[in-house]
Design a protein around this ligand. Structure first.
Ligand code: ZN
Length: 227
């Protein structure tokens, strides 16, 4: 379902200095054909320079597309094949796949080896996943400990809100981990069964005096698609 669709035909209609345009013939899973017009751009960076006095520095440039001079934040495009420069950035932690450093890059957190002319790693995790913003501190926590805090503002593709942890999966990707649902009243007798269960069984034994701490609720994991 999340597998990419390979175009049956790619026609390059423009190949300029800054970007190229292709028309790609695509057949969607339900059979519709689409001629997708795609602009490919090597990526840009925008800076927000702030002076010691708290002023933001803008530049004034002529923009042919609007036929006017415009005040803008300083920005620049990457040259094709050029790796982004992470030198001014602090790494968030080690890449779960290859151990290299992870940085913010555009709308994602990426392995430094994923962004060069010859990518050596494909670790990438979006800064917004299913409408839940993933703060830098949460990504740092995920890389360091394997799990974020419980994030409460995910919205599923069907529009349902849900809570989940983001976790590192064994394959070095980012996945969801869900809290088990609270058992319904009809299943209460199972919870009071005297059998000792491992915490991973997800069943809280009946409370007894001096019993050890309540085991953590069962968690389930699911790998994320591509974000
Ligand atoms: Zn990596």
């Amino acid at each position: 379902m999340t597998r990419p669709i390979v175009p049956s035909r790619i026609r390059k209609v423009f190949d300029g200095r800054v970007f190229s345009v292709t028309v790609e013939s695509i057949t969607l899973p339900h059979g519709d054909h689409l001629e997708a017009e795609i602009i490919r751009h090597p990526g840009s960076v925008v800076l927000v320079p702030v002076t010691d006095r708290g002023e933001i520095v803008l530049v004034r440039q002529y923009r042919p597309a609007i036929g006017r001079w415009a005040w803008e934040l300083p920005a620049g495009s990457l040259k094709r094949g050029e790796a982004p420069d992470f030198s001014g950035q602090q790494s968030l932690g080690a890449c779960p796949k290859c151990g290299s450093r992870v940085f913010e890059h555009g709308v994602a957190y990426v392995c430094e080896k994923s962004a060069g002319a010859v990518p050596g790693c494909d670790f990438r995790s979006g800064k917004i996943i299913l409408q839940q913003p993933i703060e830098r501190a949460q990504m740092e926590k995920l890389l360091a400990t394997g799990r974020t805090d419980l994030l409460t503002r995910f919205i599923s593709r069907k529009g349902r809100p849900f809570k989940a942890y983001l976790v590192k999966t064994p394959g070095g990707k980012v996945g969801f981990e869900f809290m088990a649902r609270t058992p319904k009243p009809g299943t209460a007798e199972r919870r009071s069964a005297p059998a000792v269960r491992r915490p991973s069984a997800g069943v809280t034994p009946a409370p007894k005096p001096k019993q050890r701490a309540k085991p953590p609720a069962k968690r389930t994991r699911r790998a994320l698609g591509n974000f």
